[in-house]
Design a protein around this ligand. Sequence first.
Ligand code: AMP
Ligand code: ZN
Length: 125
Amino acid sequence: MAEPANVESNAAADCVFCRIGARQLEAMVVYEDPEIIAFRDINPQAPAHVLISPKRHYATLYEFQQQDPALLGRLLAAALQIGQQERLAARGFRLVLNHGVEGGQTVQHVHLHLLGGRPFNWPPG
Ligand code: AMP
Ligand code: ZN
């Protein structure tokens, strides 16, 4: 059996967020630039729930940090812009990065959650 050409093309074929980033899978996109895509969560936990994700496949935050540390900052900048777009900057919102099993990461492609439109508790559950 033929080996996949490279890991990245393999990831794009198998990974839901890679497929959304490549516009091969439908999503409610609220922001896009050449490196980042942001779309509404399919199972929203608040009136506004947006996922902000690099288009390239990074399974974990550590992989992302190693391979493109500057993009981490640009991901946060995109989230802040989306907070304004969603008219949440003044009332407030929550940003969440789930990492690993105990962090509650279920999709193995890095994504930042922006949640807003209701108050949130602290500490989180
Ligand atoms: P996490 O638990 O941090 O890995 O978050 C994964 C999030 O992705 C969950 O909130 C899911 O509801 C969301 N999700 C999974 N598949 C899709 C999809 N196709 N479109 C939008 N959101 C999705
Ligand atoms: Zn991916």
